[in-house]
Ligand binder design. Structure first.
Ligand code: ADP
Ligand code: MG
Length: 250
C-alpha cells in the first residue's frame, strides 16, 4: 500500500530524512517509534504530500507520487495526478485540525463534496454512519469547540474515513489528549485495525504499538534504525538506540 524508497529531505541545511525506505502492506498496522526530532512527522507529511522529498521514490496504493530518476532525484507528476494519488491517504493530526466554523457533520462532508465532488445526499448517510462508528452519532450538529479532545480526535478520524482512503496516517493522535481521553481514541483505532484498515501510526503509546501494530519501524536521526515484528521489537529491539528508547518509555 505504501512503498517509499531512499527518501531524502532537507529543511535548509538540516538533513531531516536521510535515505528512508519503508513499505506497508494492505491491511497492515505499522507503528513508527523514535525520539523527538528523528523525522517521523516529516516522513508522514511527505507520504501525504504536505511536504516534498528531494530524492527517492514514493508509491501509494500502486501509483507513483514521486518517481526517482536514474540519479535518484525525485520527480512529481502534474498537480492533478498528485491530488488523485493522495486521495488514497487520509491523515489524522496530533492537534485534530478540525474546521472550527463547521459542525461535526460539516467537517465530515466538506472534503468529500469539494474534493471528491460527491453529492450531499450521498455523503451525509456515509458521514452519519461513520459518526455512529466512532461513537459520536449524537454530536452531528455540535461545533468542535463544544467537544472534548477525545471526541475531537474521533471526529478527525471519521472525517479522514469519509474520504474513503485506502490507508490512514496518524501523527501522534493521542499526544495532545489528557490521559483519561486517550483510551477512547485508541479503542477507535483498534477497531479499525480489526477491520483490516491499513494504518501507519506515529505514536508514543507503547501498549498500543505492542498490541495493535504488526510491525515497528524505529527511526533515529532521519533514518530507519531498525524494523521488526512488533512482538519481537518489544521483546528484544535489535538496535541499541531502540533499547535505550524503550528503557526510557517504560
Ligand atoms: P519528529 O516528528 O520525529 O519529532 P520532525 O519530522 O517533526 O520529527 O522533525 C525533524 C526535524 O526537522 C527536527 O529537527 C525539526 O525541528 C525539523 N523540522 C520539521 N519541520 C520543519 C520545518 N517545516 N522547517 C524547518 N525545520 C523543520
Ligand atoms: Mg512529530
Amino acid at each position: 500500500m505504501v512503498r517509499a524508497t531512499g527518501l531524502h529531505k532537507h529543511f535548509g541545511t538540516l538533513h531531516v530524512l536521510r535515505g528512508v525506505s519503508l513499505t506497508v502492506e494492505r491491511g497492515e498496522v505499522v507503528a513508527i517509534l523514535g525520539p523527538s526530532g528523528s523525522g517521523k512527522s516529516t516522513l508522514l507529511r511527505c507520504l501525504n504530500h504536505l511536504e516534498t522529498v528531494e530524492r527517492g521514490e514514493i508509491e501509494i496504493a500502486g501509483r507513483l507520487l514521486a518517481r526517482a530518476d536514474a540519479a535518484g532525484v525525485a520527480h512529481y507528476p502534474p498537480e492533478s495526478e498528485v491530488r488523485s494519488v493522495c486521495q488514497a491517504t487520509g491523515m489524522v493530526f496530533q492537534h485534530f485540525n478540525l474546521f472550527p466554523h463547521l459542525t461535526v457533520l460539516g467537517n465530515l462532508i466538506e472534503a468529500p463534496m469539494t474534493v471528491r465532488k460527491m453529492a450531499r445526499a450521498d455523503i451525509v448517510p456515509l458521514a452519519e454512519s461513520l459518526l455512529a462508528k466512532v461513537g459520536l452519532g449524537d454530536k452531528r450538529d455540535a461545533y468542535p469547540a463544544r467537544l472534548s479532545g477525545g471526541q475531537k480526535q474521533r471526529v478527525a478520524i471519521a472525517r479522514a474515513l469519509a474520504m474513503q482512503p485506502e490507508i490512514l496516517l496518524f501523527d501522534e493522535p493521542t499526544s495532545a489528549l489528557d490521559p483519561e481521553l486517550t483510551g477512547e481514541v485508541l479503542r477507535t483505532m483498534r477497531q479499525l485495525a480489526t477491520e483490516r484498515m491499513t494504518m501507519l501510526v506515529v505514536t508514543h503509546e507503547m501498549a498500543f504499538a505492542r498490541e495493535v501494530a504488526n510491525r515497528v519501524v524505529f527511526m533515529d536521526e532521519g533514518q530507519v534504525a531498525c524494523e521488526q515484528p512488533a512482538h519481537e521489537f518489544f521483546a528484544s529491539p535489535r538496535h541499541e538506540r531502540a533499547r535505550a528508547f524503550l528503557a526510557n518509555m517504560l
